[in-house]
Each structure stands twice: as structure tokens, then as C-alpha cells.
Design a protein around this ligand. Structure first.
Ligand code: ATP
Length: 240
């Protein structure tokens, strides 16, 4: 067992929209070397947890630690500098801008142009289909390619922890398969991962551990393999 601080540790996290609580007392962690997933139905609170972790929403209480350091309520920019990067729900790319410009934006917190160029090359090695399209506006790309750009852009900040919010939503099965393989490759390259998915089958297939959210609370946590073989999870989320 490693004595290193977890990549991410969330304790007692609560958040509301106005006076309506959205998540209550969320506890979860991503240990070094792990892919962890949060699964749950529409409205279970998954995106709200991600937004609180990455600084887009201020939690009403709770603590977020990144590699042992308390970073609760830090701004998204500061969190990127500390090694966290996010692939947001809906991608939020700049469609009029070229692939190269979108990737450069992912490196906005860095001031080492030589290393940024080297990382762009490295990132493009992960996405061979994109390499010839650096000068093309990303708005013309297919949905699957745009999702890959969103992942590639997140990698350009040189993260140690990556959060992915519903990366496979709306994509064809063959593209879902490609994105999942990429996530595993990224994890193998040393980036710890928290991935939120409505597609529990995909998520449990690639994750080491998983948390199940219902009504803004964690109702189960276990190894992904154990949850995938749990009858409750199979009935509720795997359509078995
Ligand atoms: P989805 O898969 O649909 O994104 P989710 O599990 O990510 O669902 P959240 O988006 O975190 O769930 O939503 C949790 C709760 O908070 C839901 O009841 C939702 O209606 C509510 N909610 C989410 N965003 C807002 C918002 N901007 N304003 C008000 N309520 C919101």
C-alpha cells in the first residue's frame, strides 16, 4: 500500500443551487495510478461533484484535497496550475478556431514554449487521426473527433489528475470504444483519472474503482469489477 497522499480526496462535500441541495456529504478519492468512476442516473449529482472539484461551483461545505493539498474553492486556473485538468460535459471547444489554436489554449497556464511544443507532439501521437488537421477549425470535425480534441486539449496543461465529465455521451459505439481505450492509455502514461459516466458499462469496464450516486449521495462504492457483478447495479445501470 502506498503512503502517498491520494491524487484526489473529497470529504463531506455539499453543494446547492440556490436553496436546493444538489449533493450531500460526498466522500470519494482517487488514489495514485487509479481510474475511478462515478456512475448514476440523470440528475444524480455527478456533474455537480465535478464542478465543485474543479472550482466552477463553490461547495457549501466539505474539503477537496489535490495530492494532499487542500484546494477547496480554488479558482479553475489555479487548479490547472496545480495539476488538475478537466474535460467538461459538452466539450466547450472553440469551433471557429483551428485544432492547433484549441490545443494551445489547453496550455494557457504554461510559459515553457519548448515543452509545450514537445507535449503537443506527444498528444498528437495519441490521436493520429488529428495530426493532419492542425490548421482546420474544430467546428468542422465529427462529434467523436471533437471529443478527442477536448481530451487532447486537457492533456496540453500537463495534468497529473484528469476529470472527464460524460466523455462518451452521444457518440457511436465504435467511437466510445476508441475514447475508452484512450482514457486507459492516458492513465497508463501516469495521469490519475476521475471519469463521470451515464454509460455505466463503459465506465465499469475501464475503471479500477467506482462510486454510485443517487439523489446527490454516494449509495455504493467498491471495485469496478465487484459493482459490475452486483445485481442491484446490473438492474439499475447495466440493463441486465
Ligand atoms: P446528468 O447526467 O444529467 O448531467 P448529473 O448526475 O450530472 O446528471 P447534476 O447535473 O449534478 O446531475 O444535477 C444534480 C441536481 O442538481 C439535479 O437535481 C439537477 O436538476 C440540479 N441542477 C444541476 N444543475 C443545476 C443548475 N444550474 N441550476 C439548478 N439546479 C441544477
Amino acid at each position: 500500500m502506498s503512503t502517498e497522499a491520494p491524487a484526489l480526496q473529497v470529504s463531506g462535500l455539499c453543494a446547492s443551487y440556490g436553496s436546493v441541495p444538489a449533493i450531500v456529504d460526498i466522500n470519494l478519492e482517487v488514489r495514485r495510478g487509479e481510474i475511478v468512476t462515478m456512475i448514476g442516473a440523470n440528475g444524480a449529482g455527478k456533474s455537480t461533484v465535478i464542478k465543485c472539484i474543479c472550482g466552477l461551483l463553490k461547495p457549501t461545505s466539505g474539503i477537496v484535497r489535490l495530492f494532499g493539498e487542500a484546494v477547496t474553492r480554488h479558482s479553475p486556473d489555479l487548479l490547472v496550475k496545480r495539476g488538475m485538468s478537466v474535460v467538461p460535459e459538452g466539450r466547450r471547444l472553440f469551433g471557429e478556431m483551428t485544432l492547433k489554436e484549441n490545443l494551445e489554449l489547453g496550455a494557457f497556464t504554461r510559459n515553457d514554449p519548448v515543452a509545450v511544443r514537445r507535449d503537443m507532439d506527444r498528444v498528437l501521437n495519441l490521436f493520429p487521426a488529428l495530426r493532419d488537421r492542425l490548421a482546420t477549425p474544430v467546428g468542422t470535425f465529427s462529434g467523436g473527433q471533437q471529443q478527442m480534441v477536448a481530451v487532447a486539449r486537457a492533456l496540453m496543461s500537463g495534468p497529473r489528475l484528469m476529470l472527464l465529465d460524460e466523455p462518451t455521451i452521444g457518440l457511436a459505439p465504435v467511437v466510445v470504444e476508441q475514447i475508452s481505450r484512450l482514457v486507459v492509455e492516458i492513465a497508463e502514461s501516469g495521469v490519475d483519472i476521475l471519469i463521470v459516466e451515464q454509460n455505466a458499462e463503459v465506465a465499469l469496464d475501464i475503471a479500477n474503482r467506482a462510486y454510485v450516486l443517487e439523489g446527490g449521495q454516494v449509495v455504493a462504492e467498491d471495485s469496478a469489477a465487484a459493482l459490475a457483478s452486483s445485481e442491484d447495479v446490473q438492474r439499475a445501470y447495466l440493463g441486465i
